[in-house]
Ligand binder design. Structure first.
Ligand code: SF4
Ligand code: SF3
Length: 545
């Protein structure tokens, strides 16, 4: 059968090879086509902006933001709205045409930089510009590895931009790297170097977002988060955008409505700035993939600020709202540019007509172990390592997902030797953050730094330990990496760790389908990247038992 689409950017891709009929995530071929075309037009725009910079001409922050938000739109589970993606393509093409006119040297531009079709041509064009347009599977593999890393980096940049923090160097890199994915003169070696450079900017991007978050909301601190519900109607906020949460909390104060976090928004509770809101009630539910049952039970409106959106059931579609890069056809979307205050009043009014959430669980969980909090505890941690009370740390950051094989991570956490501590970030934690794993001399055995981008904190903690223990190499620490991935933010986190020199990362539950056998071999040989085995095999491998 002829492919209707081809996408292999996430871990759940069909058959571990590629989605060709419809996305496992629910992405339809007509949406996949527009995402492919949007990426293509962004590459074209990026060729133009990169050349403009080379000519010493400025590229505005608005153009940089257009690139990051539009890349963000194409990450897994962010935006399923074909009409919204078509609008993004029009805007990209219009911007490209305006900038093209400013170029002094228009020689030898690739087709993507010149193409300016009208909407009637979009579908036909999309067929020719997707992932499979690169015939050589190793070049394709490297190009897509870079593009997926850039998508993750763009998402993190966008969150920092929403807090009015920019790093023009990161934007220039995103665009020059996107442009290079069109360059047929770059061989596998040049592209491999670009993969690592993407990792460098991944570190910078996460640092930028860390600075933006902590400057705006303070440093995360140890916090107990309530899992039960109250008696008022609630609004559930999901995704990663803290600025959206701040606006929602402000606008809903004193309205008889409570605000609950979902999935990747849980770490918002750790920030001092959000603690002042008495109606910031707690966390509801689990990782993204359980949202169908949990959103049904929540009863009130749900605001998706970013990925991961699961196509909603009819029963709660009218209660599902999107904003920013997120979108779903038929759901209300709240707009708002950088620096503007978004108007969430319609969501708050809807909440007032809803029943309070149905209770799913009770109790509390603890988190807030980002870099400053862990540094404040450094003496205690170092003492515990020196005394042997803590034998090893295992970084289990990343994503959760619906595949049964991910039960591995819950089992692995349960069976860990009692003197091992988990360092986590991202929604991967929902596989074990509610297990009674106890503590070691007051240090919890699951230390949650925050969202997936807060993997940056885990890297800083590792570097700090390296300094304290006077080690030359980060790989000499009593630390191992068993990371779960799902979407492209995890790809940039992985590339950032590789750039920092971390070796022997185990990546599961399966290795990316977009790694060709040759490229996978390069990663195995140079970085010791490996998949996962059985829980018992891996416990033996990591801890000798
Ligand atoms: Fe398939 Fe993942 Fe692409 Fe969705 S994002 S179409 S599940 S590979
Ligand atoms: Fe999760 Fe989607 Fe990746 Fe930010 S919310 S980690 S999967």
């Amino acid at each position: 059968m002829e492919n209707k689409m081809f996408c292999f950017q996430c871990q759940e891709t069909a058959g571990g090879k590629g989605c060709t009929i419809c996305g496992v995530c629910g992405k339809k071929p007509e949406v996949a086509a527009m995402q492919d075309l949007l990426v293509y037009t962004l590459k074209g725009l990026s060729v133009v902006t990169t050349r403009l910079r080379g000519e010493g001409k400025p590229v505005s922050a608005d153009v940089n933001h257009l690139v990051t938000v539009n890349l963000f739109i194409t990450i897994t589970n962010a935006n399923f709205d074909r009409a919204a993606i078509i609008r993004a393509i029009h805007k990209t093409l219009k911007t490209k045409c305006e900038l093209l006119a400013q170029l002094a040297d228009k020689s030898n531009l690739p087709e993507a930089a010149l193409w300016d079709g009208d909407e009637a041509e979009f579908d036909a064009k999309a067929v020719t510009v997707g992932v499979l347009a690169t015939a050589n599977e190793d070049v394709r593999s490297l190009r897509e590895l870079i593009i997926y890393g850039l998508k993750g980096l763009a998402a993190y940049s966008k969150h920092a931009n929403a807090l009015m923090q920019d790093n023009a160097e990161i934007d220039a890199f995103i665009q020059s790297a996107l442009a290079k994915t069109l360059d047929d003169t770059l061989d596998a070696n040049a592209l491999t170097a670009l993969v690592l450079e993407t990792g460098k900017y991944g570190v910078d991007g996460m640092a930028l977002l860390d600075k933006a978050n902590t400057a705006a909301y303070g440093n995360p601190e140890i916090t107990e988060v309530e899992l039960g519900v109250r008696n008022n109607p609630g609004i559930l906020i999901s995704g990663h955008d803290l600025r959206d949460l701040e606006m929602l909390l402000e606008q809903s104060a004193g309205q008889g409505v409570d605000i609950y976090t979902h999935s990747e928004m849980l770490p918002a509770h750790y920030y001092p700035a959000f603690k002042k809101y008495p109606h910031f009630a707690g966390n509801y539910g689990n990782a993204w993939w359980k949202q169908k049952e949990e959103f049904e039970a929540f009863n009130g409106p749900i605001l998706m600020t970013t990925n991961c959106v699961v196509p909603p059931a009819e029963s709660y579609r009218a209660r599902l709202w999107t904003t920013g890069a997120a979108g779903f056809p038929g759901c209300n979307h709240i707009s708002g540019e950088y620096g503007e205050t978004k108007d969430f009043s319609a969501i708050i009014e809807q909440a007032k007509t809803c029943q309070p959430p149905k209770q799913l669980e009770t109790g509390k969980i603890v988190g807030g172990f980002a870099h400053e909090q862990v540094f404040a505890l450094a003496d205690k941690v170092v003492e515990a390592v020196k005394s042997g009370a803590i034998r090893k740390f295992v970084v289990m950051a990343g994503c959760d997902g619906r595949m049964k094989s991910r039960e591995y991570y819950a089992e692995f956490a349960k069976k860990l030797p009692k003197d091992v501590v988990i360092l986590t970030a991202g929604c991967a934690k929902y596989k074990y953050n509610k297990l009674p794993l106890g503590d070691i001399g007051g240090i919890p055995r699951v230390l949650d730094a925050g969202q997936c981008n807060d993997s940056y904190s885990l890297a800083l903690i590792a570097l700090k330990l390296k300094e304290v223990f006077e080690l030359k190499d980060i790989n000499d620490l009593p630390l191992c990496f068993n990371i779960a991935w799902y979407e492209q933010k995890a790809v940039i986190v992985l590339l950032a760790l590789l750039y920092l020199g971390v070796k022997n990362i185990h990546l599961g539950p399966t290795l990316p389908a977009f790694l060709s056998p040759n490229i996978a071999k390069v990663l195995v040989e140079n970085f010791g990247i490996a998949g996962i085995g059985t829980v018992d095999e891996d416990l033996r491998l990591f801890f000798g038992e």
